[in-house]
Design a protein around this ligand. Structure first.
Ligand code: SF4
Ligand code: SF4
Length: 229
């Protein structure tokens, strides 16, 4: 089938361009009433699939925090740049097959929430939520995706497309919140902005204020560094 061949081409291209993982979510997952963020359907009315590409971020970038904040920030940017190039190539491949594709901005990107809704600091859609539905991991108390191979030390991007690419034989989804969190809570304790609360809420404004007002735009990363996953 045409979609199976396209999916294989996407996966091969992603791994050939240094992505460490790729997943595909059915865009219908955003119609779940429990999801309260922005939806891809508001950007592309005909969207069928969300392709998620990700890389593991080198561990040295976390080990050297907080002294190495500039290095950490630059390493994140390098990861995003890697993903952008791969995503662009994949978008071109999809369009050669007669579908449409557009690349989702990365939430909390190096542009400093430039892409986000000013009031909520939320991106056009949660890439992490799509990644969860693609079976790539589940959520931590730090509101990051906890992946099997890299824990929360990942960077991701996503492509919206009207190509129906989702695999039919998908296993059960993981629990929404990682089961190890309840006996850990290290990210809550370490957060210098008090942005993560015990009930799993995150105050984006507090996190953003800390990064821009205290760190001058550099990324913080402490809630990722302490995560044992
Ligand atoms: S630091 Fe602990 S509580 Fe926070 S996300 Fe990681 S495992 Fe969960
Ligand atoms: S990045 Fe820093 S300020 Fe933001 S939630 Fe994590 S620890 Fe808190």
């Amino acid at each position: 089938m045409r979609e199976i061949a396209l999916r294989k081409k996407i996966e091969d291209t992603a791994s050939g361009m240094n992505a460490d993982f790729v997943g595909i979510a059915n865009a219908g997952c955003f119609e779940n009433p429990e999801y309260t963020g922005n939806k891809p359907q508001d950007v592309m009315a005909s969207v069928q699939s969300i392709i998620i590409l990700g890389v593991g971020v080198p561990k040295g970038a976390f080990d050297t925090l907080p002294a190495g904040r500039a290095e950490y920030t630059n390493t994140l940017m390098a990861a995003t740049a890697t993903l952008r190039i791969a995503a662009f190539q994949i978008a071109k491949i999809i369009e050669k097959e007669g579908y449409r594709a557009t690349i989702v901005p990365t939430e909390g990107s190096e542009f400093g929430y430039w892409y986000a809704d000013r009031k909520t600091l939320k991106a056009n859609l949660s890439i992490k939520y799509a990644a969860y539905h693609a079976g790539l991991g589940n959520f931590g108390m730090n509101h990051l995706l906890i992946t099997k191979d890299f824990g929360p030390r990942v960077r991701m991007t996503a492509i919206l497309t009207d190509a129906p690419l989702e695999r039919e034989e998908k296993g059960d989804l993981l629990p929404f919140i990682n089961e190890k969190c309840s006996s850990c809570m290290k990210c809550i304790e370490v957060c210098p902005a008090g942005a993560i609360s015990q009930n799993g809420e995150i105050d984006r404004e507090k996190c953003a204020q800390y990064m821009f007002n205290v760190l001058g735009g550099l990324r913080c990363g402490l809630c990722v560094k302490v995560c044992p996953m």
